[in-house]
Design a protein around this ligand. Structure first.
Ligand code: GLN
Length: 533
C-alpha cells in the first residue's frame, strides 16, 4: 500500500482538499483503488457543532459521521466509500489518549505528545486503509504548515515514513506563488520558507503544487525546484480553473502530476482514461440551455455553506444539458412585498437545510411563492419543514402553525421533536444522523422520480413531521410520498395540485456525483426546463 500526504503552506484556502480529490480521480482512472481521508488539527471532536460561518457545510456520511466538507469532494471525485474514520481531528485523538490514560493503559508512564499522541495518529493513518482494499491512501492534513496544532500530525508522518519506507510514502505540498504587481514578479520566497518549516520537522515534499494566478515560466520552476529541493518535473502549476472545479483533474493530468506521483511511488499503471470525465466537463462548460434557480437560505453569503447543493445542481444541469445559474437569496431579505421582484424571473426554488428561527419567514414566503405560482420547488430538510408549516398556515388555516424549534408554544406544532430527542442533553452527534431507508408511495411524483420503491438517504435533523396533523393536511391536498419503513416518520412530501413540488426530510445533495446525478436534482432541473418551454 502507498501513502500520499497532502500538506498546505503559506495561506489557507488553497484548495488542498480539491487537489487531493482530483489526484484521487486520476489515480482511480489509472486502475488503482484509492481511499481519501482528512486529518484536522482542531480540538473539536467533529465539525458537527461548528457554525457554517466557521466551517462551511457539515458533510454527512452514510454511517452518520458529521465531517469536513472536503470529504464531499472526496466522494464526488472518486468512488471511494468513506466512513467515520476518514475524518480524524485532534479532538478525537486526545479523547482516545485521555480515555486510555484513565483506563490505566499507560500505567506508570508520563503521557506525552511524542510518542502517545503521535502513535495514536499513526494508528489512524492505517486504520482506514485496512477497512477496505486500497492501493493508495491519500491523507490531507488540514491547516497550514507552521500552525502549532499541526505539529503532532507532521511529526507522526515523519515517523510513519521511516516505518513504512520512503518508497511507499509521498508528500505533496500545496503552496501559493504570489504575484507582486508593483514588481511585476511571481515570488517564491513564501514557498521556500514553508518548505523550510517542513524540513525543520524532518519532512521533504517530493511534489510541489503551486497555486498561481500567472503561468510559471521555466526560470521560476527551476528556482522553486532548487530552493525547495524537488525535481523540476515535480513543480506543478495549478492556476484557477476557468469554469468548473471538475476541470482540475484534467489540468493536473496536463501537468503530468499523476505520472510524477506514480513514478515516485513505483506504481506501474497505464495512463488515466479521462474520456468520460472530459465529456462531463464539456457538458458543464458548454450547455445548450440555461436557466435560473433560486436558493433561499440564511448562510447565502458564505460560499461553502451549501456546497453539496450547488455541486448537485451542476451534476443535474449537465445531465439535462443545461447550465444552471444559481440566484442566491438571503432569506432575511425576502418578504411578501418583494417576493415577485426576487423570484419573478427564476424557473424554480430550492429551500435548503438550516437551524434556528432566523430567516424562517423569508423561506416561508419563497415556499408559498413556489406553491402559488406553480414553480418547481425542492425542499431539503428544513425546506420540508418550512413547506409543511406554509401549507398548514395558508391552505389549512392554522395561522400560527410552526415548528417547536422556532416557537415552543405554538398551538399547532406541525413539526416537533422526536420523542427520543426530548431526552438529549449533549449537542454533539445527537441528531438523527446518517443513512436511513425511505419507503416511497406508488403513484406519487417521488416514486416516479426515483423509479423505485425505496431509497436510502442521509439525514441530519432533530425535528420531525407531527403525524397528528396528517389527516387534516392530506384532506387539503398535501401528499406524504415517503415514510420510514414502519410509517412513523415522514420522509417526503408533495402537493396534489402542483406540477412539481417535492420536499424531503433528508439531504439528497450528499449522494450526487458528476456522472451519476441524484434523481431529485435531475428531476427538479428537468421540471424547471419544462416550465420554461
Ligand atoms: N433544524 C431542523 C431540524 O433539526 C432542520 C435541520 C436541517 O435542515 N438539517 O430538524
Amino acid at each position: 500500500m502507498k501513502f500520499i500526504f497532502v500538506t498546505g503552506g503559506v495561506v489557507s484556502s488553497l484548495g488542498k482538499g480539491l487537489a487531493a480529490a482530483a489526484l484521487g480521480t486520476l489515480l482511480e482512472r489509472r486502475g488503482l483503488r484509492v481511499t481519501l481521508q482528512k486529518f484536522d488539527p482542531y480540538l473539536n471532536v467533529d465539525p458537527g457543532t461548528l457554525s457554517p460561518f466557521q466551517h462551511g457545510e457539515v458533510y454527512v456520511l452514510s454511517d452518520g459521521a458529521e465531517t469536513d466538507l472536503d470529504l464531499g469532494h472526496y466522494e464526488r471525485f472518486t468512488s471511494c466509500v468513506l466512513t467515520r474514520g476518514n475524518n480524524v481531528t485532534s479532538g478525537q485523538i486526545y479523547e482516545t489518549v485521555l480515555a486510555k490514560e484513565r483506563r490505566g493503559d499507560y500505567l506508570g508512564k508520563t503521557v506525552q505528545v511524542i510518542p502517545h499522541v503521535t502513535d495514536e495518529i499513526k494508528g489512524r493513518i492505517t486504520r482506514n486503509a485496512g477497512s477496505g482494499p486500497s492501493d493508495v491512501v491519500i491523507t490531507e492534513i488540514g491547516g497550514t504548515t507552521g500552525d502549532i496544532e499541526g505539529l503532532p500530525f507532521l511529526e507522526a508522518i515523519r515517523q510513519f515514513q521511516l516505518e513504512a519506507g520512503v518508497e511507499n510514502v509521498l508528500i505533496m505540498h500545496v503552496t501559493l506563488i504570489p504575484y507582486i504587481k508593483a514588481a511585476g514578479e511571481l515570488k517564491t520566497k513564501p514557498s521556500q520558507q514553508s518548505i523550510a518549516k517542513l524540513r525543520e520537522i524532518g519532512l521533504q515534499p517530493q511534489v510541489l503544487l503551486c497555486r498561481t494566478e500567472w503561468p510559471l515560466d521555466l526560470e521560476i520552476r527551476q528556482k522553486l525546484a532548487l530552493f525547495c529541493n524537488v525535481p523540476l518535473h515535480a513543480v506543478v502549476e495549478v492556476r484557477d480553473v476557468a469554469h468548473t472545479i471538475y476541470e482540475l483533474p484534467l489540468t493536473l493530468q496536463d501537468e503530468k502530476l499523476d505520472d510524477t506521483v506514480c513514478r515516485a511511488l513505483r506504481l506501474d499503471t497505464p495512463p488515466a482514461d479521462m474520456t468520460e470525465w472530459r465529456r462531463f466537463v464539456e457538458r458543464v462548460v458548454h450547455p445548450r440551455k440555461h436557466l435560473k434557480v433560486a436558493v433561499v437560505g440564511k448562510y447565502i453569503d458564505l460560499q461553502d455553506a451549501y456546497k453539496s447543493i450547488y455541486e448537485s445542481m451542476t451534476h443535474a444541469g449537465a445531465a439535462n444539458d443545461c447550465g444552471v445559474d444559481i440566484v442566491k437569496l438571503d432569506s432575511e431579505d425576502v418578504t411578501e412585498e418583494n417576493a415577485a421582484k426576487f423570484l419573478g424571473s427564476v424557473a424554480g426554488i430550492i429551500v435548503p437545510g438550516g437551524f434556528g428561527d432566523r430567516g424562517i419567514e423569508g423561506k416561508l414566503v419563497a415556499c408559498r411563492y413556489a406553491r402559488e405560482h406553480r414553480l418547481p420547488y425542492l425542499g431539503l430538510c428544513l425546506g420540508m419543514q418550512v413547506a409543511t408549516i406554509e401549507f398548514a398556515r395558508h391552505v389549512c388555516g392554522f395561522k400560527e402553525a410552526n415548528s417547536t424549534e422556532f416557537d415552543e408554544k405554538t398551538p399547532d406544532p406541525v413539526i416537533c421533536l422526536l420523542e427520543q430527542q426530548k431526552e438529549v442533553r449533549n449537542k454533539g452527534a445527537s441528531m438523527r444522523l446518517g443513512s436511513w431507508p425511505t419507503k416511497l408511495v406508488p403513484g406519487t411524483l417521488a416514486h416516479r422520480v426515483y423509479g423505485a420503491d425505496q431509497a436510502e438517504e442521509r439525514h441530519r435533523h432533530r425535528y420531525e413531521f407531527n403525524l397528528k396533523y396528517r389527516p387534516l393536511l392530506e384532506k387539503n391536498g398535501f401528499v406524504i410520498s415517503g415514510t420510514s419503513p414502519d410509517g412513523r416518520l415522514v420522509e417526503m412530501i408533495e402537493l396534489k395540485d402542483h406540477p412539481w413540488f417535492i420536499a424531503c426530510q433528508f439531504h439528497p445533495e450528499f449522494l450526487s456525483k458528476p456522472n451519476a446525478p441524484h434523481p431529485l436534482f435531475k428531476g427538479f432541473v428537468a421540471a424547471c426546463l419544462t416550465g420554461l418551454a
